[in-house]
Design a protein around this ligand. Structure first.
Ligand code: HEM
Length: 389
């Protein structure tokens, strides 16, 4: 009998999930994790099906393993159709009023300021000196948040998303940060209601289809979720992409010499090492899979990061190959809940990394060992020190 145990809260899964994912895919494709109190799905076909089959795999009681109860049932990521469909079309409509191209110049400017600062200092911790301030700067521009709030915002979002690995619960600090962000979002929305401006928050407030708008709490929680999802996943993804390039000097050199390769580098990085590794669903009814029975009410972890390394879908999956052009990777999910911020995220990462490579055409990582954030959902190093030649 095997004594294999996979604990979604373990530091091992944070730091190197890939060998564990492989074991799950090969030996336990429908795995009950006792310590996580959830099923874990890791094969491409099963993860894709669970992401698309919302009638069985519901998001309405949260999409993170340790979700914040106040968020469930009122945001895009934590509702099912028909409510989700309606909210999604309203947010999509709001996004559609702003052209992403309009954000390229301001993003470049924010990026270049961060590079100036790093070059002056002579060293660069990629996350706090670059990916995080540039992401929050661009996201603030999109949403209409004052630029001088970026440090405070980041500190609170990082706090909210962390789970105490010992207690497996949100800490008091994390709940306090959630309240802070909720009030802050509320005050931004109140200001837009008084005086509409040209930004996404105003467009979300105004969005209306067939005479129907979102309820006030939905507007507030969805705006808050856009901030949370945007800050964490885009900044971490940019860091993962830089890490992949630091670890693959050939790919780094080719991209620096030919910026046109950026889209394929981005897609392969989303496949190989997405910042959004695992999202949760809850079974609405019993479901048979690989000889196991998932019972109505059971939690199910849908491991996008594991599906992206399934050799049943991607040949030689553990090789980072920028010529792969992976079709239908799950780095941004699939189905009804596929990332709504994807076009913005792609614009942001493309613009920020091009600016970076123009000024810093070669970089290496300083530490062999990295420290990884404790999260059942996201994957990112805590810090990524880069050596600049
Ligand atoms: C490269 C960066 C990003 C990655 C890897 C990423 C990944 C994902 C994934 C995997 C999902 C699906 C979640 C699920 O299945 O439950 C998702 C949904 C979502 N993302 Fe992103 N995301 C990124 C950037 C962003 C940005 C910049 C924003 C906001 C501007 C954003 C906002 C959202 C929202 C609101 C949802 C929920 C959509 C729905 O349920 O209909 N994301 N994202």
């Amino acid at each position: 009998l095997s004594n294999f145990v996979c604990d979604p809260y373990s530091r091992e899964l944070d730091s190197d999930p890939f060998p564990i994912y492989k074991r799950l895919r090969d030996e336990y494709p429908c795995y009950w994790s006792e310590p996580g109190d959830c099923w874990m799905l890791t094969r491409y076909a099963d993860v894709t099906n669970a992401a698309r089959n919302w009638e069985v795999f519901s998001s309405a009681s949260g999409n993170m393993l340790d979700d914040i109860p106040e968020r469930t049932g009122v945001t895009l990521g934590t509702t099912d159709p028909p409510r989700h469909d309606h909210m999604r079309s309203l947010i999509q409509f709001a996004f559609g009023r702003q052209q992403n191209e309009y954000l390229v110049e301001p993003t470049r400017e924010i990026a270049n300021k961060a590079i100036d600062k790093a070059l002056e200092a002579g060293h660069l911790e990629f996350i706090s000196d670059y990916s995080s301030p540039v992401t929050i700067g661009a996201l603030s521009y999109l949403l209409g948040i004052p630029q001088d709030q970026s440090e405070t915002l980041r500190a609170h979002v990082v706090q909210i998303l962390q789970t105490d690995p010992e207690t497996r619960k949100k800490t008091q600090a994390s709940m306090d940060s959630f309240q802070w962000l909720k009030e802050y979002t509320g005050s931004l929305l109140a200001a837009r209601r008084e005086k509409p401006t040209d930004d996404l928050l105003t467009y979300i407030l105004q969005a209306e289809i067939d005479g129907k708008k979102m309820q006030e709490l939905e507007v507030q929680m969805t705006s808050l979720t856009l901030i949370m999802a945007g800050v964490e996943s885009a900044s971490s993804f940019m860091a993962m992409l830089a890490l992949n390039l630091a670890d693959h000097p050939d790919a780094q050199r080719r991209l620096v010499n030919d910026p046109q390769l950026m889209p394929q580098v981005m897609e392969e990085s989303l496949r190989y090492n997405t910042s959004a590794q695992r999202f949760r669903r809850t079974a609405s009814r019993d479901f048979e899979l690989h000889g196991e029975t998932i019972r109505a009410g059971d939690k199910v972890m849908n491991c996008y990061g594991a599906a992206n390394r399934d050799e049943r879908q991607f040949p030689d999956p553990d090789t980072y190959d920028i010529d792969r052009r992976p079709k239908q990777h799950l780095g941004m999910g699939t189905g009804k809940h596929v990332c709504i911020g994807a076009p913005f995220a792609r614009m942001l990462v493309r613009t920020a990394m091009s600016a970076f490579h123009e000024r810093i055409p070669e970089y290496h990582r300083v530490a062999d060992q990295l420290d990884w954030i404790p999260s059942t959902t996201f994957r990112s190093p805590v810090a990524l020190d880069l050596e600049l030649p």
